[in-house]
Design a protein around this ligand. Structure first.
Ligand code: SAM
Length: 289
């Protein structure tokens, strides 16, 4: 018997079949709620990376609106289409794209969500560093959208991979949420580095203006749309490295591929490292433009 067929027969897989959940992941959200009570008082919710839709099912069944005349509003987003669910508005799109984020924001028509959940996972490549990196990018895209739609005091729950850079992600979440907890539901396989961060009491930094511009994720920003205020961080730029052999009053393009110009400072007496040595040799032989 192959490993995958054995895995599929675990208790949560069978329970999901019996109880009509679209995926065994439903139990992860249910168990997170058991521990953190995240559904209480939620009238509006966003389910990011929602397909095939078991988390949306859980939300649709468990959220109870304050006003019995209205259903809680749930917006579900995924790259893939998913079968319709009662009371769930679906949006097919990529959460790392600005246009998708804008559509989600527009669904809320100025009202803010009480809860944002994200069970996003890339197609795993098996290259752990790559998988962790893409997972972190999804998480940051989810956080970016969250800063637009979550009400102060609201909750954000997202899947993470507990890799070696996880403390950096925790630090990024702590900028926006005073209470950040890492949770591993029983239904999440022990063999997986998957876990969930439960970020509570959304409190953006004073003066923080949510922006769709995230240079990490969407390179379509331009000069007119520059980040401003506390969103704009300027770090010192320091040229370094061995510059011996360069004229102090001229600039030379870097070898092809670097896409930048290289300004010279005072020549320094230091051992010449190989890449520069080649460059300097070429310069001496007048082979450079
Ligand atoms: C583990 S599944 C989610 C399962 C879902 N929570 C459920 O309970 O049915 C991960 C989902 O993330 C989605 N996804 C991955 N990258 C995405 C992206 N950039 N934008 C939107 N969805 C994405 C995939 O299409 C996939 O459906």
């Amino acid at each position: 018997m192959g490993k995958s067929s054995k895995d599929k027969r675990d208790i949560y897989y069978r329970l999901a079949k019996e109880q009509g959940w679209r995926a065994r992941s439903a139990f992860k959200l249910l168990q997170i709620d058991e521990e953190f009570n995240i559904f209480q008082g939620v009238n509006r919710c966003v389910d990011l990376c929602a397909a095939p839709g078991s988390w949306s099912q859980v939300l649709s069944k468990n959220l109870k609106s304050d006003d019995p005349a209205t259903r809680p509003k749930i917006v579900a987003v995924d790259l893939q289409a998913m079968a319709p669910l009662p009371g769930v508005i679906q949006l097919q799109g990529d959460i790392t794209k600005r246009s998708t984020a804008e559509q989600i924001v527009s669904y809320f028509e100025g009202q803010l969500a009480d809860l944002v959940v994200c069970d996003g996972a890339p197609d795993v490549t098996g290259l752990h560093d790559m998988d962790e990196y893409i997972q972190a990018q999804l998480l940051l895209a989810a956080l970016n959208i969250t800063t637009h739609v979550l009400r102060p005091g609201g909750t954000f729950v997202a899947k993470i991979f507990r890799g070696k850079d996880i403390s950096l992600l925790y630090a990024q979440m702590k900028v926006f949420f005073p209470v950040v907890t890492c949770s591993k539901p029983r239904s999440s396989r022990n063999s997986s580095i998957e876990a969930f961060i439960v970020c509570q009491d959304y409190t953006p930094p004073e003066g923080y203006i949510p922006t769709m511009l995230n240079p990490l994720l969407d390179l379509t920003y331009d000069e007119k749309n520059e980040l401003t205020g506390v969103n704009r961080v300027i770090v010192p730029f320091v040229a370094c490295g061995d510059l011996s052999g360069f004229d102090s009053d001229q600039t030379y393009p870097l070898p092809k591929g670097d896409g930048a110009e290289y300004s010279t400072l005072e020549p320094v007496q230091a051992p010449i490292r190989p890449p520069y040595q080649t460059y300097i040799d070429k310069k001496k032989r007048n082979e450079l433009p």
